[in-house]
Design a protein around this ligand. Structure first.
Ligand code: NOJ
Ligand code: CA
Length: 489
């Protein structure tokens, strides 16, 4: 990875819910633009924007209708350009979501592919050779379009899969090898999409379902080969573009050429794998031992392939991390997150301790919508998110006690806690290096980063830190009570 990206701390923004600049009740790109100073003040130097492309929003915008156009509700392509320009002036990198595996069923390229007459797009998506085809273990949808075939579903039903080919072929009548040149059309189409947004000013991509390009590809060798091809092309013109993968297998993603790979657990944030205490694990079956083994294995691969890990506080798919943790536990989460090597990601609102809203569903979010409610800026109507007098597109969650204004006024808030940790990370060479070791002795967990150590007391007894230089702690003085931790030298 380019050294330019080594020290990035990301802030993830779900465009619908960050800030509404024009009072129509929906967040937008100009709203994000207006709040970039805030992102900078927090200490983040990069943002990841969830999809803002033209879409019917049956999956939060991950169902793209037009890959080259900002959706009207978020603004215009010009607004994106302005946002990138402003971000760069503030020293903030901008990455956008690359939804590489599927489009919306309303996408023009797909509709052309769905035509009964053969045309240049016929092989751009995966279709069977007959509308009556059935194939075990492959999700096919038939009877929706005039073409005599069924299309392969990539995620939700309305998300047809682009055709990057197959590794193991079970039906040669319609499955093509990923080495078959006909499948290169999808690769080249996505290269066009990447170039388009890079030219408009983005610095890279978070790649959606990056591990699932080639189908029937258990070993992932096909998908890895496709990525190597894509990187060989795109890095020629954009050597510094940053790519982080939704793959969660650094041994494959970083080998394929990604700069970073998320560390995440789809049941909950990976942070929760630590468990809240010995007896009552948040995620059953995940012991601290496994967590440590997994983390060290990931870091080993990151070092091996010259990439980094991207640990997250949460994201638009996971349950808000603050929801089920007490104050001390939440502090531990951020002490760990910001002490790990790589590029940490903070999900908007997590820095003020926003919690999961009750069950609502919008834009195909289902239970995930609970983590996508509007950012709570202050205590004014609509939490300062929008000036509209009408109903908001997505309601503010009243169960959230926290808002940024109060958090800023309270020196003991989680907001100030995180902000301080970010500052420390930026100034500490150990924390920004790639060195990681972890020790777990007598329920004292130590995350070792060169000369700097994060000591966490998971035992039931007090732990004295006498003689150690304390850089940061959530304890009072140099005694760590249970669930307290300290960064020391
Ligand atoms: C992962 C995204 O994070 C999620 O929100 C989306 O529904 C699926 N991929 C499908 O694109
Ligand atoms: Ca708006």
């Amino acid at each position: 990875m380019s050294s330019k990206f080594k020290d990035l701390i990301f802030y993830e923004i779900y465009p619908t819910s960050f800030y509404d600049s024009n009072g129509d009740g929906i967040g937008d790109l100009n709203g994000i633009n207006e709040k970039l100073d805030y992102v900078k003040e927090l200490g983040c130097n990069a943002i990841w924007l969830n999809p803002f492309y033209s879409s019917p929003f049956k999956d939060g915008g991950y169902d793209v209708k037009d890959f080259f156009k900002v959706d009207e509700k978020f603004g215009t392509n010009e607004d994106f350009k302005n946002l990138a320009t402003k971000a760069h002036k503030l020293g903030i990198k901008v990455i956008v979501d690359l939804v590489i595996g599927h489009s919306s069923e309303e996408n023009e390229e797909f509709l052309k592919s769905a035509s009964p007459y053969r045309n240049e797009n016929s092989d751009l998506f995966i279709w069977t050779d007959s509308v009556w085809s059935f194939e075990p273990n492959i999700r096919l949808l038939n009877g929706r379009f005039p073409r005599d075939g069924a299309y392969m579903v990539n995620f939700f039903a309305m998300q047809p899969a682009f055709n990057y080919g197959f590794n193991k072929i079970t039906n040669p009548n319609w499955q093509m090898s990923y080495k078959d040149e006909r499948t290169f059309k999808a690769r080249n189409y996505m290269l066009k999409v990447m170039k388009f947004w890079l030219d408009l000013g983005c610095d890279g991509f978070r790649v959606d379902m990056a591990d699932y390009l080639v189908k029937n590809d258990d070993t992932k060798e096909g998908t890895i080969e496709v990525w190597k091809y894509l990187f060989s092309k795109i890095r020629k013109d954009y050597p510094d573009a940053y790519f982080v993968s939704e793959w969660s297998s650094p041994d494959k993603a970083l080998l394929a050429g990604f700069d970073a790979d998320f560390v995440l657990d789809h049941n909950n944030n990976f942070i929760n794998l630590l468990g809240r205490n010995q007896e009552k694990m948040i995620v059953k079956g995940n012991s601290r031992e496994q967590f440590i083994k997994d983390l060290l294995w990931r870091q080993e691969n990151a070092n091996k392939y010259n990439g980094v890990l991207a640990p997250i506080s949460g994201n638009h798919d996971s349950r808000r991390v603050a929801t089920s943790l007490n104050e001390k536990e939440l502090q531990l989460v951020y002490m760990i997150l910001l002490s790990l090597p790589g590029n940490p990601f903070i999900y908007y609102g997590d820095e003020i301790g926003m919690v999961q809203s009750e069950l609502i569903s919008k834009d195909g979010g289902y239970q995930r919508t609970g983590a996508r409610t509007p950012m709570q800026w202050d205590d004014s109507p609509n939490a300062g998110f929008s000036s509209t007098k009408n109903e908001l597109y997505l309601p503010v969650f009243k169960g959230n006690k926290n808002n940024l204004k109060d958090e800023m006024n309270d020196p003991s808030s989680i907001y100030h806690f995180i902000k301080k940790l970010i500052r420390i990370r930026k100034e500490n060479d150990d924390l920004r290096s790639s060195y990681l070791d972890v020790k777990d002795e007598n329920d004292i967990l130590t995350i070792i980063r060169g000369q700097t150590k994060l000591i966490i007391n998971f035992s039931k007894k007090d732990l004295s830190l006498e003689g150690k230089e304390i850089i940061f702690t959530n304890s009072k003085g140099n005694i760590l009570k249970p669930f307290e931790a300290a960064l020391v030298k």
